[in-house]
Design a protein around this ligand. Sequence first.
Ligand SMILES: Cc1ccc(Nc2c(-c3ccc(O)cc3)nc3c(C)cccn23)cc1
Length: 109
Amino acid sequence: KKLQNAFKFCSNIVKELSSKKYSSFNYPFLEPVDPVSMNIPTYFDYVKDPMDLGSISTKLSNWEYETIEQFENDVRLVFKNCYAFNPDGTIVNMMGHRLEEIFNNRWAD
Ligand SMILES: Cc1ccc(Nc2c(-c3ccc(O)cc3)nc3c(C)cccn23)cc1
């Protein structure tokens, strides 16, 4: 029962972060960053553990998270990667901070 609730809580958060409501600043984080198509060949020099909201949603549906901390770590990894590659003051960096703020509000029970 508790597990079901945790799963629901996490999937609702991913759904919200990925929703149309925030489409003006969530789109860089919905799918895996493709350094080739985005012409950012150095991306994997900055980001050793790529992560995105789509992959998190898939991992949730496949019950790949044993604890909600593992889920939280993946969500925070999305933002960490964003800030590692997109320096302060860049548009995508600011988009990351806006989405992170929404996550933090939802995550703080
Ligand atoms: C030349 C250049 C410079 C910066 C970017 N950043 C960026 C990223 C990105 C997201 C997460 C992440 O960990 C790293 C990068 N996603 C985008 C998108 C979807 C559109 C435009 C820029 N974007 C792309 C190309």
